[in-house]
Design a protein around this ligand. Structure first.
Ligand SMILES: [Zn+2]
Length: 1007
């Protein structure tokens, strides 16, 4: 047992810690995860504390408060934000964002769940841990919560020209805009309606994040009152994890925060049991239409939801709670699942409804299942199918081999080494623990799996009884029908405008003056210098080693002479395998289908197994097998990029032969023809989810579009996974049989070209040392099973490599109109390849511009949820972007100002560089899971020498070098521009000379 674990295991209930401030309540060893946990009570206030001792340097701290809103104003969420805007010991404007750049944290955030708010961080650096601990405790227990911060983070009225009270009045605020973005999709609105219907009386009825319609009714007084009653040690839970000594953390917390409070009565915050329905309920709600739909006559959503286990009261139902997660998997996941067959394959809808699945994150658990993309007339048939399926299982139960496959996944999940294991437990514990339930819940999975196995073995009707009781006999059942309205967001916007106009009319001159005064004061304080020096910070020279981490990959050859990389790592009994196949010479006309090829290769079955049997076998024997498309870019741009398909798989060491057998079956026998119904279903589901995701993935589409106009590799990415791909999917789905035929032929051609020995670039095994050799033998046999030569492109057909070589740079200026209330803006510049001396300073410049200029201009002043700059050194591009942004061309102007600012002598200081370094090394030195160590050498040939050179250049950078790069690559250069956003902006951007298109890339018709 590691010392950090043994120290906790040795504690005894009743023992006092931190000079008697805390008393041990319970100690639990969890050998399955090599940790020991202790639960403590803070005697003076009743605060609960759980520490999980582990032999893991990635230490975690998470303080949570039960927050139980009684309306949709987003009070808990706005409080979460405002608490981070300055506190007693750190009375500056923005300690949280300042700490982000003064720390080497591996995670720093704050989040509002439905019934708690938490402030977690993790770091591998001991000094950093205690620095952050002090700042977090002060923010949580002693925040300023000033009116000014409330206006910035929550909501405020402001004139369009803030100093002119005769200009148009507008609503602004960080959370206000964040929630407009968050609620701006059919999935979000439907999910919310489902939750509100399922929980008619308790706190879960409300939107804890805040509904943009209700947020403006929250007052500053409401906020401070909510803080006083909720953010108190008596209502707090603290979770810590890792190898640092518990005693010191407890003593610090006692001294800095907990010791300064007396106990208060928080029983008024207890969440009552939901009032159980005695008869099922059915409601109809309007929801936004998806931005892109394959069939305009099928746009309804229907879902049936059941309220299930009370996790606090039904202690004996712990096992059933776990059994229901297994049942949910059997019902929903994979083509062999029950609802896959009865709902998805029925053709009644385009995919599962939002919110489908089992949820145990709330006090009482629930299960929901349904379809989206349904014709209004078919809604009742969907309901009947759900009922019919459950009735069948209540009679037949689940087949043993299906259950075995899920249990195998549970075993794999427990074995897999994750870099954020501690954080996972820190979040997983809170849902039940804040209500006085079990905080050990996330650590019990292996034990519960064993108990469940015993229960199933002992009772052959276990599943039948479970389904009967929790589903069929459950009267707390709700059916929610979402009716799509394509004007949903426009109506909301109209209503908002009307409301603001009414307010404007009612304002006295005096009130208008106050709005101007407050706006000007807020702007002045945003622009003012803050004395961040009072915050603790790490020094790069002390905290960051000059030398890279060496993974000692072994580079060798297979018996057949193929390049092989072996990474012997502590993978805890799991083997990872990877094979790259060069497709650079693929006919260019097949490129649009490459992503479909990779994603469908395991979805259609093989010569010997149909797709259901294949999915079942994959789940029973492996951690997944699959394929992806990627590009290897030359680090010094001396060679053209090489495009490859990567085949990969993972399995428990004992199942490695079975895994390679499956990979070989798929690579040599995937059924590209003859599965038309299956392929049609895969295409229509993909079309629906891609169409629905355009607004939510706006940022990546905007960046992709801008990059694609200046960089050939980005252009390839954009063709295979950007908006052209969304458009292709819609066309294929509309064309039905013809679409299926087209895809089936293209995928078969790609397979015949790619899946052959002469395409092999190299392969890799990552496993514990003694498992490597046997896995290499299996890999060799797998390669031998591939055909010798792939089919070549015929005649003078244009190849992918030729199309990449003939790429011409033509910077875009494109606006993509999609139904959403906010915008995503991107500007990209071409820079230099990885090995160029400027690439490291550019990498730091991105960090520096984000924290020292863009955050203030785009988020604080502009009201966007986020904005920043980043250099992609391997791709050789520099991108500025904004996220959930109310602005369009104004943000593009801010991007230009950012470049000018950075290029001005004296603006980039040594202090800014220090912060940029910390942010850069946070990314570069992020903990890697064992199987990922050595991966960048394999995929991009990034060897130790080039990694060390880049690191040296980072550490040798100066403010002057960053300034030079801003001047050389950004100022006065024409960036590629793209915005994905609100159609209401079209007239304005058109005037500014932008090309406007719809989400499928078609030019917008003149109004
Ligand atoms: Zn937020």
């Amino acid at each position: 047992m590691a010392p950090a674990v043994a120290a906790i295991a040795a504690l005894k209930p009743g023992a006092k810690l931190a000079d008697g401030a805390f008393e041990v309540l319970a100690v639990n060893e969890v050998p399955e995860y090599n940790v020991a946990c202790v639960e403590l009570v803070h005697l003076k206030t009743g605060a609960r504390w759980m520490h999980c001792g582990a032999d893991d340097p990635n230490n975690v701290f998470n303080v949570a408060f039960r927050t139980t809103p009684t309306d949709d104003t987003g009070v808990a969420h706005i409080l979460e934000h405002t608490a981070l805007c300055g506190s007693d010991r750190y009375p500056i404007r923005d300690p949280f964002f300042n700490m982000l750049r003064r720390s080497l944290s591996t995670f720093m955030n704050a989040m509002t769940a439905a019934d708690f708010t938490c402030y977690p961080f993790s770091t591998m650096n001991e000094t950093d841990y205690y620095n952050l601990l002090g700042v977090y405790l002060d923010a949580a227990f002693f925040p300023k919560l000033s009116r000014e911060d409330f206006l910035q983070e929550g909501h405020r009225l402001e004139f369009k020209d803030m100093e002119d009270k005769n200009s148009q009045l507008e609503l602004k605020g960080v959370v206000f805009n964040e929630m407009k973005g968050a609620m701006g999709s059919q999935a979000a609105r439907f999910n919310r309606a489902l939750g509100a219907t399922l929980f008619p009386t308790s706190t879960y009825h409300h939107n804890s994040g805040g509904d943009p319609v209700s947020i403006p009714t929250l007052t500053h007084e409401d906020l401070t009152r909510f803080h006083a009653t909720h953010y108190h040690p008596s209502n707090a839970r603290v979770f810590t994890y890792g190898d640092l000594p518990l005693e010191r953390t407890l003593a610090k917390s006692q001294e800095l925060a907990l010791g300064k409070f007396d106990r208060i009565d928080v029983s008024a915050l207890d969440v009552a049991d939901e009032r159980r329905l005695t008869a099922p309920v059915k409601v109809e709600v309007p929801v936004p239409a998806d931005p892109v739909v394959p069939d305009p006559n099928k746009q309804s959503v229907v879902s049936v939801a059941y309220l299930m286990v009370n996790q606090i009261k039904e202690k004996e139902a712990e096992l059933e709670n776990f059994a229901l997660t297994v049942a949910s998997d059997l019902l929903l996941n994979g083509p062999q699942a029950y609802f896959h067959e009865t709902l998805l394959e029925s053709g009644l809808g385009s995919g599962f409804a939002p919110g489908t699945g089992y949820s145990s994150s709330r006090r009482e658990t629930s299960f929901a299942v349904g379809l989206k993309g349904v014709a209004e007339a078919d809604v009742t048939e969907v309901e009947a199918k759900i009922q019919g399926t459950l009735e069948r299982i209540a009679k037949e139960g689940f087949p043993k081999e299906r259950v075995d496959a899920v249990m195998h996944q549970v075993e794999l999940g427990a074995a897999k080494v994750s870099t954020n294991f501690g954080l996972g437990v820190a979040f997983g514990a809170m849902g039940t623990w804040v209500h006085g339930g079990d905080g050990m819940k996330p650590l019990k999975i292996p034990v519960l799996a064993a108990k469940l196995q015993a229960a199933i073995d002992a009772d052959s009707k276990y599943w039948q009884k479970l389904i009967q009781r929790r589903f069929l006999d459950n009267s707390h059942r709700v059916t929610v029908v979402g009716v799509a309205d394509k004007d949903y967001d426009a109506k909301l916007e109209e209503a908002e405008k009307k409301k603001v106009a009414e307010i404007e009319k009612s304002l006295t001159e005096e009130q208008k003056d106050t709005i101007v005064k407050e706006a000007v004061a807020l702007r002045a304080s945003q622009d003012g210098d803050q004395n961040a020096d009072i915050l603790p910070t790490l020094k790069v020279s002390e905290a960051v080693p000059r030398e890279i981490k060496h993974w000692n990959s072994l580079i060798t050859k297979t018996s057949g002479g193929f390049d092989l990389q072996i990474d012997a790592q502590p993978t805890n009994g799991i083997t990872f395998a990877n094979l790259l196949l060069d497709v650079s010479d693929l006919p260019d006309r097949l490129v649009p289908y490459l992503d479909l090829f990779a994603d469908f290769i395991t979805e259609l079955g093989t010569k010997t197994m149909d797709y259901k049997a294949l999915a079942q076998e994959e789940k029973l024997k492996t951690g997944g097998i699959g394929a992806g498309v990627n590009v290897q870019q030359s680090l010094d741009a001396s060679a053209p990029p090489r495009v490859y398909v990567s085949l990969s798989g993972s399995a428990l060491d004992r199942n490695v032969p079975a895994m390679f057998q499956l990979m070989a079956d798929v690579a040599t026998g995937a059924k590209w023809a003859g599965e038309d119904a299956r392929l049609g279903l895969l295409l229509s589901r993909r079309a629906a989810s891609a169409g629905a995701g355009v607004s939510q993935n706006g940022l990546s589409y905007a960046k992709g579009l801008a990059n694609a106009s200046i960089d050939p590799v980005a252009a390839l990415d954009y063709r295979t996974a950007g908006l052209p791909h969304v458009a292709l999917l819609q066309r294929l789905a509309r064309e039905k049989e013809a679409g299926v035929e087209e895809v089936s032929a293209a995928l078969a051609e790609i397979a015949a070209f790619a899946l052959a020995r002469n395409r092999v670039m190299r392969c890799r095994i990552s496993a514990k040392p003694e498992a490597c050799d046997p896995a290499v033998k299996q890999m060799e046999a797998f390669i031998d099973a591939l055909p010798l030569r792939g089919a070549d492109a015929v005649g003078d057909e244009l190849t992918l490599a030729q199309s990449l070589a003939s790429f011409a740079v033509a910077p875009s200026k494109t606006f993509v109109a999609t139904p959403t209330q906010t915008n995503y803006c991107a500007a990209s510049y071409l820079t230099v390849p990885y090995s160029h001396p400027d690439s490291a300073p550019l990498f730091l410049l991105g960090q520096a511009m984000s924290t020292s200029f863009l955050h203030r201009e785009i988020r604080e002043k502009g009201g966007a949820y986020g904005g920043g700059a980043s250099a992609a050194p391997v791709e050789g591009v520099f991108v500025l972007s904004s996220y959930r942004d109310p602005n369009t061309t104004a943000t593009v102007e801010t991007f230009e100002k950012a470049a000018t600012w950075a290029a001005k002598e004296g603006n980039l200081t040594q202090e800014i560089l220090e912060e940029a370094w910390l942010k850069a090394f946070k990314a570069i030195d992020a903990p890697l899971a064992p199987q990922s160590r050595g991966a960048s050498l394999f995929t991009n040939l990034m060897d130790d020498e080039s990694r060390q050179l880049f690191r040296d250049r980072l550490l040798d950078c100066t403010p002057g070098r960053m300034r030079e790069c801003a001047e050389k690559y950004l100022v006065g250069k024409t960036p590629a521009l793209a915005i994905v956003g609100n159609p209401a902006s079209v007239p304005d951007v058109k005037k500014a000379g932008w090309t406007c298109v719809d989400a499928e890339g078609n030019p917008l018709k003149e109004e």
